[in-house]
Design a binder for this molecule. Structure first.
Ligand code: GDP
Ligand code: IMO
Ligand code: MG
Length: 425
Protein backbone atom coordinates (compact mmCIF):
# COMPACT_ATOMS: atom_id res chain seq x y z
CA UNK A 1 0.00 0.00 0.00
CA UNK A 2 1.53 3.30 -1.11
CA UNK A 3 0.26 6.39 0.62
CA UNK A 4 0.58 10.13 0.38
CA UNK A 5 0.29 12.15 3.57
CA UNK A 6 -1.04 15.60 2.71
CA UNK A 7 -1.65 18.59 4.96
CA UNK A 8 -5.32 19.39 4.41
CA UNK A 9 -5.40 22.90 5.92
CA UNK A 10 -2.71 25.62 6.24
CA UNK A 11 0.06 23.36 7.52
CA UNK A 12 0.95 22.12 11.02
CA UNK A 13 -1.95 19.67 11.04
CA UNK A 14 0.17 16.93 12.62
CA UNK A 15 1.46 15.42 9.36
CA UNK A 16 4.72 14.30 10.94
CA UNK A 17 2.93 12.39 13.68
CA UNK A 18 0.84 10.56 11.07
CA UNK A 19 3.87 10.02 8.79
CA UNK A 20 5.85 8.57 11.68
CA UNK A 21 2.97 6.27 12.51
CA UNK A 22 2.52 5.02 8.94
CA UNK A 23 6.28 4.82 8.34
CA UNK A 24 6.34 1.63 10.44
CA UNK A 25 4.94 -0.20 7.40
CA UNK A 26 6.88 1.66 4.70
CA UNK A 27 10.21 0.86 3.01
CA UNK A 28 10.69 4.29 1.50
CA UNK A 29 9.62 7.62 2.99
CA UNK A 30 10.01 10.48 0.57
CA UNK A 31 9.61 14.25 1.05
CA UNK A 32 8.30 15.62 -2.23
CA UNK A 33 8.19 19.40 -1.95
CA UNK A 34 8.97 22.39 0.23
CA UNK A 35 12.09 22.82 2.29
CA UNK A 36 13.06 23.83 5.79
CA UNK A 37 10.02 26.10 5.97
CA UNK A 38 8.39 22.93 7.34
CA UNK A 39 8.45 22.23 11.05
CA UNK A 40 7.46 18.64 11.83
CA UNK A 41 7.09 17.23 15.33
CA UNK A 42 7.23 13.57 16.24
CA UNK A 43 6.74 12.35 19.80
CA UNK A 44 7.89 8.77 20.24
CA UNK A 45 8.34 7.01 23.57
CA UNK A 46 7.93 10.33 25.36
CA UNK A 47 10.75 12.02 23.41
CA UNK A 48 10.13 14.94 21.07
CA UNK A 49 11.91 15.22 17.70
CA UNK A 50 11.65 18.20 15.37
CA UNK A 51 12.27 17.86 11.64
CA UNK A 52 12.40 20.45 8.89
CA UNK A 53 13.74 18.75 5.79
CA UNK A 54 14.48 15.22 6.84
CA UNK A 55 11.60 12.77 6.40
CA UNK A 56 9.87 11.91 9.65
CA UNK A 57 10.47 8.19 8.98
CA UNK A 58 14.14 8.58 9.95
CA UNK A 59 13.44 7.36 13.50
CA UNK A 60 13.03 3.80 12.20
CA UNK A 61 16.04 1.69 11.23
CA UNK A 62 16.47 0.13 7.79
CA UNK A 63 14.24 2.51 5.87
CA UNK A 64 15.20 4.69 2.97
CA UNK A 65 14.38 8.33 3.70
CA UNK A 66 14.57 10.33 0.51
CA UNK A 67 14.55 14.10 -0.01
CA UNK A 68 13.01 14.33 -3.47
CA UNK A 69 13.68 16.40 -6.58
CA UNK A 70 10.76 18.72 -5.83
CA UNK A 71 12.34 20.02 -2.63
CA UNK A 72 14.60 23.00 -1.99
CA UNK A 73 17.50 22.57 0.39
CA UNK A 74 19.18 25.20 2.53
CA UNK A 75 22.59 23.54 3.09
CA UNK A 76 23.27 25.01 6.52
CA UNK A 77 19.82 23.99 7.76
CA UNK A 78 20.27 20.48 6.41
CA UNK A 79 23.68 20.18 8.07
CA UNK A 80 22.33 21.38 11.42
CA UNK A 81 19.43 18.94 11.26
CA UNK A 82 21.60 15.94 10.40
CA UNK A 83 24.09 16.81 13.12
CA UNK A 84 21.30 17.04 15.66
CA UNK A 85 20.10 13.54 14.70
CA UNK A 86 23.63 12.12 14.87
CA UNK A 87 24.01 13.69 18.31
CA UNK A 88 20.80 11.90 19.33
CA UNK A 89 22.42 8.66 18.03
CA UNK A 90 19.79 8.25 15.31
CA UNK A 91 20.95 6.17 12.38
CA UNK A 92 21.03 8.40 9.28
CA UNK A 93 22.53 5.81 6.93
CA UNK A 94 19.21 5.50 5.06
CA UNK A 95 19.07 9.21 4.30
CA UNK A 96 19.30 10.17 0.61
CA UNK A 97 19.06 13.42 -1.30
CA UNK A 98 18.01 13.69 -4.92
CA UNK A 99 20.75 15.25 -7.07
CA UNK A 100 17.89 17.12 -8.75
CA UNK A 101 16.76 18.97 -5.63
CA UNK A 102 17.33 22.73 -5.73
CA UNK A 103 19.87 24.49 -3.54
CA UNK A 104 18.88 27.59 -1.58
CA UNK A 105 21.74 30.05 -2.03
CA UNK A 106 22.47 32.96 0.36
CA UNK A 107 20.85 35.44 -2.04
CA UNK A 108 17.58 33.53 -1.79
CA UNK A 109 17.32 33.92 1.98
CA UNK A 110 18.50 37.53 1.73
CA UNK A 111 15.86 38.42 -0.86
CA UNK A 112 13.17 36.58 1.15
CA UNK A 113 14.12 38.55 4.27
CA UNK A 114 14.29 41.82 2.34
CA UNK A 115 10.86 41.32 0.76
CA UNK A 116 9.28 40.46 4.09
CA UNK A 117 10.86 43.36 5.96
CA UNK A 118 10.15 45.98 3.34
CA UNK A 119 6.60 45.33 2.23
CA UNK A 120 4.02 46.11 4.84
CA UNK A 121 1.02 45.72 2.53
CA UNK A 122 2.06 42.78 0.37
CA UNK A 123 3.67 40.91 3.28
CA UNK A 124 3.15 37.13 3.13
CA UNK A 125 4.60 36.31 6.53
CA UNK A 126 7.04 33.75 5.13
CA UNK A 127 9.43 31.68 7.21
CA UNK A 128 12.33 33.69 5.67
CA UNK A 129 14.08 30.46 4.65
CA UNK A 130 14.46 31.56 1.03
CA UNK A 131 11.76 29.21 -0.22
CA UNK A 132 9.97 31.58 -2.64
CA UNK A 133 13.15 32.96 -4.25
CA UNK A 134 14.62 29.45 -4.67
CA UNK A 135 11.50 28.18 -6.45
CA UNK A 136 11.38 31.42 -8.46
CA UNK A 137 14.88 30.79 -9.80
CA UNK A 138 14.13 27.13 -10.43
CA UNK A 139 11.15 28.11 -12.60
CA UNK A 140 13.21 30.86 -14.25
CA UNK A 141 15.85 28.22 -15.04
CA UNK A 142 18.59 30.04 -13.17
CA UNK A 143 18.69 27.77 -10.13
CA UNK A 144 21.48 25.55 -8.83
CA UNK A 145 20.74 21.89 -8.33
CA UNK A 146 22.47 19.58 -5.88
CA UNK A 147 24.20 17.72 -8.73
CA UNK A 148 25.78 20.97 -10.00
CA UNK A 149 27.79 21.24 -6.79
CA UNK A 150 29.75 18.13 -7.77
CA UNK A 151 30.82 19.25 -11.23
CA UNK A 152 33.12 22.26 -11.28
CA UNK A 153 32.89 22.77 -15.03
CA UNK A 154 29.08 22.78 -15.08
CA UNK A 155 28.93 25.01 -12.04
CA UNK A 156 31.37 27.48 -13.57
CA UNK A 157 29.35 27.59 -16.82
CA UNK A 158 26.12 28.06 -14.92
CA UNK A 159 27.48 30.81 -12.72
CA UNK A 160 28.64 32.73 -15.78
CA UNK A 161 24.97 32.98 -16.73
CA UNK A 162 23.41 33.28 -13.29
CA UNK A 163 25.74 35.65 -11.45
CA UNK A 164 25.68 38.71 -13.74
CA UNK A 165 21.88 38.57 -13.70
CA UNK A 166 21.70 37.92 -9.97
CA UNK A 167 24.17 40.64 -9.05
CA UNK A 168 22.35 43.22 -11.13
CA UNK A 169 19.05 42.42 -9.41
CA UNK A 170 20.57 42.16 -5.95
CA UNK A 171 22.26 45.53 -6.29
CA UNK A 172 19.81 47.57 -8.35
CA UNK A 173 16.47 46.20 -7.15
CA UNK A 174 17.16 45.23 -3.57
CA UNK A 175 20.28 47.23 -2.70
CA UNK A 176 21.82 44.02 -1.37
CA UNK A 177 25.41 42.80 -1.55
CA UNK A 178 26.69 41.15 -4.71
CA UNK A 179 28.76 37.97 -5.11
CA UNK A 180 31.99 37.17 -6.94
CA UNK A 181 32.29 33.94 -8.85
CA UNK A 182 35.21 32.82 -6.67
CA UNK A 183 33.17 33.39 -3.56
CA UNK A 184 30.27 31.32 -4.87
CA UNK A 185 32.53 28.54 -6.18
CA UNK A 186 34.10 28.26 -2.71
CA UNK A 187 30.68 28.25 -1.07
CA UNK A 188 29.48 25.50 -3.40
CA UNK A 189 32.55 23.43 -2.56
CA UNK A 190 31.54 23.68 1.09
CA UNK A 191 27.95 22.70 0.26
CA UNK A 192 29.19 19.70 -1.73
CA UNK A 193 31.03 18.49 1.38
CA UNK A 194 27.84 18.80 3.45
CA UNK A 195 25.74 16.86 0.94
CA UNK A 196 28.33 14.32 -0.22
CA UNK A 197 27.50 11.42 2.12
CA UNK A 198 23.82 11.61 1.22
CA UNK A 199 23.50 12.42 -2.46
CA UNK A 200 21.95 9.51 -4.34
CA UNK A 201 23.61 9.71 -7.74
CA UNK A 202 22.21 6.20 -8.22
CA UNK A 203 18.68 7.44 -7.49
CA UNK A 204 17.25 5.82 -10.61
CA UNK A 205 18.37 2.39 -9.42
CA UNK A 206 17.12 3.13 -5.92
CA UNK A 207 13.66 4.15 -7.16
CA UNK A 208 13.59 1.17 -9.52
CA UNK A 209 14.45 -1.23 -6.70
CA UNK A 210 11.80 0.28 -4.43
CA UNK A 211 9.06 0.33 -7.04
CA UNK A 212 7.39 -2.77 -5.67
CA UNK A 213 8.02 -1.87 -2.05
CA UNK A 214 5.86 0.26 0.23
CA UNK A 215 6.21 3.97 -0.35
CA UNK A 216 5.09 6.76 1.95
CA UNK A 217 5.08 10.22 0.42
CA UNK A 218 5.47 12.82 3.17
CA UNK A 219 3.85 16.16 2.48
CA UNK A 220 4.89 19.46 3.98
CA UNK A 221 2.74 22.60 4.30
CA UNK A 222 -0.90 22.08 3.31
CA UNK A 223 -3.42 22.25 0.47
CA UNK A 224 -4.46 25.81 1.37
CA UNK A 225 -0.81 26.88 1.02
CA UNK A 226 -0.49 25.34 -2.47
CA UNK A 227 0.85 27.82 -5.01
CA UNK A 228 -1.87 26.92 -7.54
CA UNK A 229 -4.86 26.04 -5.36
CA UNK A 230 -4.24 27.77 -2.04
CA UNK A 231 -5.07 31.25 -0.79
CA UNK A 232 -2.81 32.84 -3.39
CA UNK A 233 -0.73 34.99 -2.97
CA UNK A 234 -0.68 34.03 0.74
CA UNK A 235 0.81 30.63 0.00
CA UNK A 236 4.14 28.85 -0.19
CA UNK A 237 5.85 28.42 -3.57
CA UNK A 238 5.37 24.70 -4.17
CA UNK A 239 2.60 22.11 -4.60
CA UNK A 240 1.76 20.41 -1.31
CA UNK A 241 -1.41 18.82 -2.78
CA UNK A 242 -1.51 15.07 -3.47
CA UNK A 243 -0.63 15.69 -7.11
CA UNK A 244 2.66 17.29 -6.07
CA UNK A 245 3.85 13.94 -4.68
CA UNK A 246 4.42 12.50 -8.14
CA UNK A 247 6.32 15.41 -9.67
CA UNK A 248 8.33 15.91 -6.51
CA UNK A 249 9.36 12.28 -6.11
CA UNK A 250 9.72 10.79 -9.58
CA UNK A 251 7.01 8.17 -9.04
CA UNK A 252 4.05 8.08 -11.40
CA UNK A 253 0.37 8.49 -10.42
CA UNK A 254 -0.17 4.73 -10.69
CA UNK A 255 2.16 4.19 -7.71
CA UNK A 256 -0.35 5.77 -5.34
CA UNK A 257 -3.09 3.82 -3.55
CA UNK A 258 -4.23 6.26 -0.87
CA UNK A 259 -4.07 9.97 -0.14
CA UNK A 260 -4.48 10.69 3.56
CA UNK A 261 -5.32 14.29 4.36
CA UNK A 262 -4.26 15.36 7.83
CA UNK A 263 -6.53 17.95 9.44
CA UNK A 264 -6.90 19.35 12.92
CA UNK A 265 -10.26 19.27 14.69
CA UNK A 266 -9.98 23.06 14.39
CA UNK A 267 -7.86 25.25 12.10
CA UNK A 268 -4.58 27.12 12.51
CA UNK A 269 -2.58 29.32 10.20
CA UNK A 270 0.82 31.07 10.53
CA UNK A 271 1.63 34.16 8.53
CA UNK A 272 -0.68 36.49 6.65
CA UNK A 273 -3.71 35.71 4.52
CA UNK A 274 -7.44 35.16 4.78
CA UNK A 275 -8.86 32.89 7.46
CA UNK A 276 -12.64 33.13 7.67
CA UNK A 277 -13.11 31.13 10.89
CA UNK A 278 -10.26 32.84 12.77
CA UNK A 279 -10.96 33.54 16.45
CA UNK A 280 -9.28 36.66 17.76
CA UNK A 281 -11.01 36.36 21.15
CA UNK A 282 -10.39 34.34 24.30
CA UNK A 283 -11.66 31.14 22.63
CA UNK A 284 -8.84 31.50 20.07
CA UNK A 285 -6.41 32.05 22.95
CA UNK A 286 -7.76 28.97 24.72
CA UNK A 287 -7.23 26.77 21.64
CA UNK A 288 -3.69 28.19 21.21
CA UNK A 289 -2.85 27.54 24.86
CA UNK A 290 -4.25 24.01 25.12
CA UNK A 291 -3.06 23.03 21.63
CA UNK A 292 0.42 24.63 22.11
CA UNK A 293 -0.07 26.41 18.83
CA UNK A 294 3.30 28.04 18.25
CA UNK A 295 5.35 27.54 15.07
CA UNK A 296 8.08 24.86 15.12
CA UNK A 297 10.25 26.74 12.61
CA UNK A 298 9.72 30.38 13.61
CA UNK A 299 8.13 30.19 17.07
CA UNK A 300 5.34 32.52 15.92
CA UNK A 301 1.94 32.14 17.65
CA UNK A 302 -0.42 30.36 15.26
CA UNK A 303 -3.74 31.99 14.44
CA UNK A 304 -6.53 29.68 15.62
CA UNK A 305 -10.16 29.19 14.58
CA UNK A 306 -13.07 26.73 14.35
CA UNK A 307 -13.10 23.81 11.92
CA UNK A 308 -13.93 25.05 8.45
CA UNK A 309 -15.81 22.51 6.35
CA UNK A 310 -15.84 24.86 3.36
CA UNK A 311 -12.05 24.88 2.92
CA UNK A 312 -11.89 21.23 3.96
CA UNK A 313 -14.33 20.13 1.23
CA UNK A 314 -12.25 22.10 -1.25
CA UNK A 315 -9.09 20.58 0.10
CA UNK A 316 -10.55 17.07 -0.17
CA UNK A 317 -11.36 17.80 -3.80
CA UNK A 318 -8.11 19.35 -5.04
CA UNK A 319 -5.94 17.44 -2.60
CA UNK A 320 -7.38 14.19 -3.94
CA UNK A 321 -8.02 12.87 -0.42
CA UNK A 322 -9.22 9.30 -0.01
CA UNK A 323 -9.44 9.56 3.78
CA UNK A 324 -8.69 11.95 6.62
CA UNK A 325 -6.55 11.66 9.74
CA UNK A 326 -8.13 14.03 12.26
CA UNK A 327 -5.73 15.29 14.90
CA UNK A 328 -6.01 17.24 18.15
CA UNK A 329 -9.62 16.40 18.97
CA UNK A 330 -8.32 16.14 22.56
CA UNK A 331 -7.75 19.91 22.59
CA UNK A 332 -11.55 20.25 22.89
CA UNK A 333 -11.80 17.93 25.93
CA UNK A 334 -12.81 20.81 28.26
CA UNK A 335 -14.98 22.75 25.79
CA UNK A 336 -18.72 23.21 26.55
CA UNK A 337 -19.55 24.03 22.92
CA UNK A 338 -17.68 23.44 19.66
CA UNK A 339 -18.51 25.23 16.43
CA UNK A 340 -18.14 24.02 12.86
CA UNK A 341 -18.35 26.32 9.85
CA UNK A 342 -20.63 24.85 7.20
CA UNK A 343 -20.79 27.77 4.74
CA UNK A 344 -19.68 31.38 4.25
CA UNK A 345 -22.05 34.36 4.14
CA UNK A 346 -21.24 37.53 2.20
CA UNK A 347 -21.83 40.47 4.53
CA UNK A 348 -22.50 42.74 1.54
CA UNK A 349 -25.50 40.93 0.08
CA UNK A 350 -26.23 37.87 2.19
CA UNK A 351 -25.05 35.46 -0.51
CA UNK A 352 -24.22 32.01 0.85
CA UNK A 353 -21.12 30.18 -0.35
CA UNK A 354 -21.11 26.41 0.09
CA UNK A 355 -18.12 26.08 -2.22
CA UNK A 356 -14.81 27.71 -1.43
CA UNK A 357 -14.49 31.13 -3.18
CA UNK A 358 -11.05 31.11 -4.78
CA UNK A 359 -10.82 34.91 -5.06
CA UNK A 360 -9.36 35.49 -1.64
CA UNK A 361 -9.64 39.25 -1.95
CA UNK A 362 -13.38 38.95 -1.19
CA UNK A 363 -12.79 36.90 1.96
CA UNK A 364 -12.75 40.07 4.05
CA UNK A 365 -16.48 40.35 3.27
CA UNK A 366 -17.24 36.78 4.33
CA UNK A 367 -18.38 35.52 7.70
CA UNK A 368 -18.73 31.92 8.81
CA UNK A 369 -22.09 30.20 9.12
CA UNK A 370 -21.75 27.99 12.17
CA UNK A 371 -23.50 25.02 13.65
CA UNK A 372 -22.89 24.43 17.33
CA UNK A 373 -22.06 21.06 18.87
CA UNK A 374 -22.08 20.04 22.53
CA UNK A 375 -18.63 19.22 23.88
CA UNK A 376 -17.86 15.82 25.42
CA UNK A 377 -16.23 17.18 28.60
CA UNK A 378 -14.06 14.11 29.04
CA UNK A 379 -10.35 13.31 28.70
CA UNK A 380 -9.96 11.29 25.49
CA UNK A 381 -6.15 11.16 25.43
CA UNK A 382 -6.07 7.62 26.83
CA UNK A 383 -8.66 6.18 24.44
CA UNK A 384 -7.41 3.80 21.73
CA UNK A 385 -10.65 2.44 20.28
CA UNK A 386 -13.22 4.36 18.32
CA UNK A 387 -16.17 2.79 20.15
CA UNK A 388 -14.78 4.00 23.48
CA UNK A 389 -14.93 7.67 22.45
CA UNK A 390 -17.64 9.76 24.15
CA UNK A 391 -20.91 9.93 22.18
CA UNK A 392 -20.60 13.69 21.57
CA UNK A 393 -17.11 13.23 20.18
CA UNK A 394 -18.34 10.52 17.81
CA UNK A 395 -21.20 12.81 16.77
CA UNK A 396 -18.72 15.58 16.04
CA UNK A 397 -16.52 13.28 13.94
CA UNK A 398 -19.52 11.86 12.09
CA UNK A 399 -20.76 15.34 11.26
CA UNK A 400 -17.34 16.34 9.91
CA UNK A 401 -17.34 13.23 7.72
CA UNK A 402 -20.78 14.14 6.40
CA UNK A 403 -19.77 17.72 5.67
CA UNK A 404 -16.57 16.87 3.84
CA UNK A 405 -17.76 13.62 2.30
CA UNK A 406 -14.51 11.79 3.07
CA UNK A 407 -14.14 9.10 5.76
CA UNK A 408 -12.02 9.73 8.85
CA UNK A 409 -9.66 6.74 9.04
CA UNK A 410 -7.36 7.88 11.86
CA UNK A 411 -8.14 9.91 14.98
CA UNK A 412 -5.22 11.35 16.90
CA UNK A 413 -5.89 12.06 20.58
CA UNK A 414 -2.47 13.31 21.68
CA UNK A 415 1.01 14.04 20.34
CA UNK A 416 2.51 10.64 21.11
CA UNK A 417 2.78 7.91 18.49
CA UNK A 418 0.66 5.71 20.77
CA UNK A 419 -2.14 8.23 21.16
CA UNK A 420 -3.90 7.18 18.01
CA UNK A 421 -7.12 5.46 17.04
CA UNK A 422 -6.99 3.58 13.75
CA UNK A 423 -10.52 3.07 12.57
CA UNK A 424 -11.36 -0.29 11.13
CA UNK A 425 -12.81 -0.08 7.63
P1 GDP B 1 3.12 19.19 11.00
O1 GDP B 1 3.93 20.34 10.50
O2 GDP B 1 1.87 19.00 10.23
O3 GDP B 1 3.91 17.93 11.11
O4 GDP B 1 2.66 19.60 12.47
P2 GDP B 1 3.52 20.36 13.60
O5 GDP B 1 4.52 19.42 14.17
O6 GDP B 1 4.00 21.67 13.09
O7 GDP B 1 2.40 20.72 14.65
C1 GDP B 1 1.55 19.76 15.20
C2 GDP B 1 1.70 19.79 16.73
O8 GDP B 1 0.63 19.10 17.33
C3 GDP B 1 2.95 19.13 17.24
O9 GDP B 1 3.37 19.78 18.41
C4 GDP B 1 2.48 17.72 17.56
O10 GDP B 1 3.28 17.07 18.55
C5 GDP B 1 1.10 17.99 18.08
N1 GDP B 1 0.10 16.94 17.86
C6 GDP B 1 -0.05 16.11 16.79
N2 GDP B 1 -1.17 15.38 16.93
C7 GDP B 1 -1.73 15.75 18.11
C8 GDP B 1 -2.93 15.38 18.80
O11 GDP B 1 -3.72 14.57 18.33
N3 GDP B 1 -3.19 16.02 19.97
C9 GDP B 1 -2.35 16.95 20.50
N4 GDP B 1 -2.69 17.51 21.65
N5 GDP B 1 -1.22 17.31 19.88
C10 GDP B 1 -0.93 16.74 18.70
P1 IMO C 1 4.58 22.45 7.86
O1 IMO C 1 5.19 21.44 6.92
C1 IMO C 1 2.61 26.27 8.45
C2 IMO C 1 3.57 29.41 5.55
C3 IMO C 1 4.30 30.62 6.10
C4 IMO C 1 3.76 31.70 5.17
C5 IMO C 1 3.66 30.97 3.84
C6 IMO C 1 4.84 31.19 2.91
O2 IMO C 1 5.21 22.48 9.20
O3 IMO C 1 3.10 22.30 7.89
P2 IMO C 1 7.34 30.27 2.89
O4 IMO C 1 8.43 30.40 3.91
O5 IMO C 1 6.96 28.88 2.57
O6 IMO C 1 7.59 31.07 1.66
O7 IMO C 1 6.05 30.96 3.61
O8 IMO C 1 3.55 29.59 4.14
N1 IMO C 1 4.22 28.11 5.82
C7 IMO C 1 3.80 27.25 6.74
N2 IMO C 1 2.81 27.35 7.65
N3 IMO C 1 3.33 25.14 8.35
C8 IMO C 1 4.31 25.00 7.42
O9 IMO C 1 4.96 23.86 7.20
C9 IMO C 1 4.61 26.11 6.60
N4 IMO C 1 5.50 26.34 5.61
C10 IMO C 1 5.26 27.56 5.14
O10 IMO C 1 3.98 30.84 7.44
O11 IMO C 1 2.46 32.04 5.57
MG1 MG D 1 4.62 22.21 11.12
Amino acid sequence: MNRIVVGAQWGDEGKAKITDLLAQDADLIIRYQGGCNAGHTVVADGKTYKFHLIPSGILYKNKTCFIGAGTVILPEAFEAEVNELIKEKIDVSGLKISPLASVTMPWHTEVDGFSENNTSKGKIGTTKKGIGPTYTDKAARIGIKVQDLFDEETLSEKLDVILPLKNKTLEKVYGLKTYTKEEVMALCKKYAQIFKPYVAFDWQEILESLKDKKILFEGAQGVMLDVDYGTYPYVTSSNPIGGGACTGSGFGPKSVDEVIGVAKAYVTRVGEGPFVTELTDETGDKIRKIGHEFGVTTGRPRRCGWFDAVTMRYSALVGGLTSVALTKADVFDTFEKIKVCTAYKDKRNGEIYKNYPTNVYIHKYLEPVYEVHDGWKEDITGIREYDMLPENCKKYLKRIEELINVPISIISVGPDREQTIIRKA
